[in-house]
Write a protein that binds this ligand. Sequence first.
Ligand code: AMP
Ligand code: MG
Length: 467
Amino acid sequence: MEISLSSEFAAAVPEMAVEWEAIPVERPELLVLNEPLAKELGLDPAWLRGDGLPLLVGNLRPGVAQAYAGHQFGGYSPRLGDGRALLLGELTHADGRLRDLHLKGSGRTPFARGGDGLAAIGPMLREYIVSEAMHALGIPTTRSLAVVSTGATVQRDEPLAGAVLARVAASHLRVGSFQYARNTGDQDLLRRLADHAIARHHPGSTYVELFEQVVAAQATLVARWMLVGFIHGVMNTDNMTISGETIDYGPCAFMEAYDPTTVYSSIDHRGRYAFGNQPIIAEWNLARLAEALLPLFADDEDKAVAIAMEALGTFQEQFERAWMTGLQAKLGVSGDVKLLVKDLLALMQENHVDFTSLFHRLGAAARGDAEPARSLFLDLAGIDGWLARWRELEPDAGAMDRVNPVYVPRNHLVEEALAAGADGDLGPLQRLLDAVTAPYGERPGLEYYATPAPQDFSATYRTFCGT
Ligand code: AMP
Ligand code: MG
């Protein structure tokens, strides 16, 4: 099969694209293939399963390792880049727009530093599951095309089986890409990178408009995460896109018992990326993007700073609006729900109420059966008082069902699917994918996928970044 991959990124900013070949994979074995996505990209699934399999591990053609910088947990690294990843090029999606085809786990590159350039099956399957669940929830995200096991051994705390993830994105331009370009001091490079981003994502925009669009996209993205209880886990500036897609599912997780201080990442000791901190961190990251873009905003630095501050100053309000609009929809009501939301979240926190279950069960409550929702609370007087206030607003149960998912990739379900997958049993992974890629509306037989983790699991659950 002929595939036409373009190299627009490499052509626009060759200084930030190191041509590189993936490590040869002797025995590639397809673990999971996203057939609908393959077709949308004009790739024949039958070919990918056969002669095209080498494409999915980078053995059909070379790619480029992309340079980027980034603030990791607040500390700046001027040179990160694709240490174990390659951009194979861009494909045209059925919607007429370009998508990056990118590999993770394809071997060491000049950006690998101390890393081995590899990925283990578990974390690549995790990214596959969670990104496809996010997509089904309507949340902008990179997509997963395939996970292929390589037959190589990857040494982590224990020896693990290796894999390559084929990922698809509107682009892999990150806040850290602009930090890298700015840091070189080469203003022409910075301008070419910004022109490339504009052509790719917001044709015709000015540099200031580009920044405003990233601010808007990130404000709504983070609100959407939080409306489904999602914690990204490692919101470093190299893990924040210009497109507004969620990227890099490492130590991410879905919160069960509502608590804004929830952290799952094993390396986030100070809770920098806790659930409730995500808007502030996004705004902080966008300030780093603004710093990188300043020379493009205006020749006069004071003027450029003023422009940046004004655009950034809209973030909080845009986030609040998206969050409140989303909560109105989740509660099936309109009008000012600020106080109602505040009181509900306080009750949920005090009573350790499962985030996803409650909003789903409120649908039944809107239809007159409050018992399933009530039963999640110990403080019955508290929730009864709240339910009475809410019912006066005449919630629309049908509308609620369309925005409150029943099935999200709960942490224990993901871990169970990964453990089985690493042992060669892909059944649990397929069943979990079936549940979370059609998240709305209860389906008989899938109760297991709507049930919170047993308490002993939740008490100790951590996700690991050393993926
Ligand atoms: P991440 O935490 O996945 O966003 O990665 C942060 C940085 O570390 C990026 O520059 C990655 O390319 C790099 N990196 C992560 N894991 C590895 C690895 N096993 N080998 C080489 N580089 C890696
Ligand atoms: Mg990353």
